[in-house]
Design a protein around this ligand. Structure first.
Ligand SMILES: NC(=O)c1ccc[n+]([C@@H]2O[C@H](COP(=O)([O-])OP(=O)(O)OC[C@H]3O[C@@H](n4cnc5c(N)ncnc54)[C@H](OP(=O)(O)O)[C@@H]3O)[C@@H](O)[C@H]2O)c1
Length: 421
């Protein structure tokens, strides 16, 4: 809590009250987790004479903003009331008219804002418009919490790329599978359910073809909040990095409804494969090639179909898909946050490119051992420790005898971490 950002009087009764109403607005905002991209989640509360008279949250991009819902619920009673909103009201005409204008028209007396919107279209202009109308504005209340809620959006706005979280479940010795490729399960049910919650908090899940062939995962979100009013769980879209289009057309990723599956292929992928994948329901995205390598996969491909084997046996030259281009494409598709769920090569590519914001690591209470067992991150690795990735630890938790570690990339440009936003 960055009290110094609060322009009211910290530690006063008014401040404590503001905090409570802002917490309520944050709770409301979370209900739309995963549904608002490329917009942020925003919650709003209208309070008069110590009573909440209107509540609302932004439910979906293109639809009414949080303030509008809350003011509508308050009706004419909003005249003379205080509005609490997690993110600065907008000042521009987008798909909807400016919220700042709506706030002024409603006769609101005071506005309490959690976080100033870094979107250049807003960036203080909403607050300025409201202040110029003679309305008192207080900023910075629960600013850090409001920023963390929309860390994906903040990164998206500041960098033009989605917020990337790398997730791995590993043994204490850093292995994500045994030497035979066995990986289910290294972590316990509690840690795995936390991983499902992590899925719910992202717009999309990204994995590599190695993982699809070896595990045939569904990559759906099976987390249910204890309080169903807390979150409406969405199914994040799925992205598979698969240069040659080897994804089996009967793969489990195609069996989940209410989401899209994108297969990112290289220009070397056969048109017939693209056709088959599209028929299976995939949206195929063709990317430019980077480095060409001869196919060396196979050790973990236990879910090979005839199609995939044929491509493997052809000894075709493969191209590794370029991470920066992938992220640009994901931003164009409107994803503000992406959860990268391995495997080892895909995670390595994101780490090598320093193309990530956060890492969430689950450590199971086991040791796998063995040189041939897959480590969490493959690739070439570094020569000198000075070249290592600099990380900022955020939290460590014990989850029923497993461990969850949350880390940010130090010095990244973009968004919330330890007060940097
Ligand atoms: N414990 C965990 O958290 C966890 C999570 C996921 C997976 N796993 C395990 O990890 C293993 C699979 O990992 P893996 O390393 O073999 O496969 P992977 O990382 O899932 O997929 C690697 C493949 O993705 C394709 N690819 C395309 N663009 C890429 C890029 N820029 N960077 C990297 N790869 C790119 C390449 O195949 P093409 O050249 O054919 O495109 C590459 O061979 C399995 O054993 C699975 O069980 C564990």
């Amino acid at each position: 809590m960055r009290d110094e950002q609060y322009t009211g009087k910290p530690q006063t009764a008014e401040y404590e009250q503001d905090k409570q109403y802002m917490l309520r607005a944050l709770t409301l905002a979370k209900r739309a987790t995963g549904f608002t991209h490329p917009n942020p989640m925003v919650g709003a509360v209208v309070v008069k004479n110590g009573k909440i008279i209107g509540e609302g949250y932004h439910q979906k991009a293109g639809e009414a903003h949080a303030e509008v819902h809350a003011l509508k619920a308050a009706g004419e009673n909003a005249n003379g009331a205080t509005l609490y909103v997690t993110l600065e009201p907008c000042a521009h005409y987008g798909k909807t008219p400016p919220c700042a204008k709506r706030v002024i028209e409603a006769g609101i007396k005071r506005v309490v804002v959690g976080l100033i919107d870094p979107n250049p279209l807003v960036a203080g202009k909403g607050i300025k418009m409201i202040r110029e109308a003679g309305i008192e504005v207080t900023t910075g209340i629960l600013e850090k919490e409001c920023a963390k809620l929309v860390e994906g959006f903040l990164t998206f706005i500041k960098t033009g790329k989605p917020f990337v979280t790398l997730k791995s479940a590993m043994s204490l010795d850093g292995k994500i599978a045994t030497r035979t490729g066995h990986s289910q399960w290294i972590t316990n049910e509690t840690a795995r359910m936390d991983g499902h919650k992590l899925r719910a908090l992202h717009d999309a899940i990204l994995t590599g073809i190695g993982t699809v062939l070896s595990d045939n995962p569904s990559l759906n979100c099976r987390w249910q909040p204890e309080d169903v009013n807390e979150y409406a769980v969405h199914q994040p879209d799925v992205i598979v990095l698969d240069s040659m289009g080897r994804t089996p057309t009967d793969a489990n990723i195609f069996k989940q409804i209410n989401r899209k599956v994108y297969i990112f292929v290289s220009s070397k992928c056969e048109a017939s494969r693209i056709n088959e994948l599209e028929k299976a329901g995939a949206q195929v995205v063709i990317l430019a090639d980077t480095t060409n390598t001869t196919d060396t996969l196979g050790t973990t491909d236990t879910h090979d179909t005839d199609d995939a084997s044929a491509i493997k046996q052809s000894g075709a030259t493969k191209a590794q898909l370029p991470i920066e281009e992938i992220l640009t494409k994901l931003a164009e598709l409107g994803f503000t946050s992406v959860l990268v769920e391995g495997g080892s090569q895909v995670i390595a590519s994101f780490v090598e490119a320093r193309a990530f914001d956060k890492i969430v690591t689950y450590i199971g209470n086991t040791i796998i051992g063995g040189q041939a067992a897959l480590g969490a991150i493959s690739g070439t690795g570094i020569d000198q420790l000075a070249d290592g990735v600099d990380l900022v630890f955020e939290s460590v938790e014990i989850l029923a005898n497993n461990i969850r570690i949350e880390t940010y990339l130090a010095g990244r440009s973009g968004a919330y971490v330890h007060g940097d936003y």
